[in-house]
Ligand binder design. Structure first.
Ligand code: ITT
Length: 185
């Protein structure tokens, strides 16, 4: 049994759907943990683990994600939460109004603590920022992000559809490959 430590119901829904299909048991641990200001998502989850290790007995998973805009050298990235709270999707659209490129990507860093081991998994999704907000599904920046190969925004997709493209789904795939272990020869 893995406890997914997140205050974000949307993240839980996406990961739970994939793990259920793979037969891995997970529960939602709805609580927050300290997030340091660092230049990489991986550093954020590694620091959080030093705190959570003392607070959580069993195996757990944490997810730190961010939206990286090419026009701004990757900003907001590790500051995504702050930017979403302060500016919202409309603020990001305004920032990009005169930008040279609307190219963007989402990144996810997962940290899994299993027994004594800590493993980090990454997932990335390239895409573009839409001209306006579209859709009511998902959460966060989903109404303004269109993944490469799609025309809908993440917020116009079902969880199953988003999981076909998303950064988080790719991190889950890496996590599942790890849980399955090396293939028998
Ligand atoms: P926890 O830390 O409790 O897991 P959080 O919502 O604070 O939840 P993050 O710090 O990882 O999670 O998220 C940073 C910001 O990026 C936040 O505003 C999220 O809504 C947004 N975000 C993360 N993943 C996203 C996704 O798949 N689609 C859209 N927005 C996302």
């Amino acid at each position: 049994m893995i406890g997914f430590v997140t205050t974000n119901e949307g993240k839980y829904r996406e990961v739970a759907a994939m793990l259920a299909d793979a037969g891995v048991k997970m529960v939602h641990e709805d609580r927050s943990y300290p997030e340091i200001q660092a230049d990489r998502l991986e550093k954020v989850v590694r620091f959080a683990a030093t705190v959570l290790d003392d607070q959580i007995e069993g195996d757990y998973l944490i997810d730190d994600s961010g939206l990286f805009l090419d026009a701004f050298g990757g900003f907001p990235g590790v500051y995504s939460s702050y930017v979403h709270k302060r500016l919202g999707n409309s603020g990001v659209l305004k920032l990009l109004a005169d930008a040279k490129t609307r190219a963007a990507r989402f990144e996810t860093a997962f940290l899994l603590r299993q027994g004594e081991a800590h493993d980090v998994f990454h997932g990335e999704c390239q895409g573009t920022i839409a001209a306006g907000e579209r859709g009511t599904g998902g959460f966060g920046f989903d109404p303004i992000f269109v993944p490469e190969g799609a025309t809908k925004t993440f917020a116009e997709m079902t969880v199953t559809e988003k999981n076909r493209y998303s950064h988080r789904a790719r991190a889950v795939a890496a996590l599942l490959a790890h849980l399955r272990g090396p293939k028998e020869p």
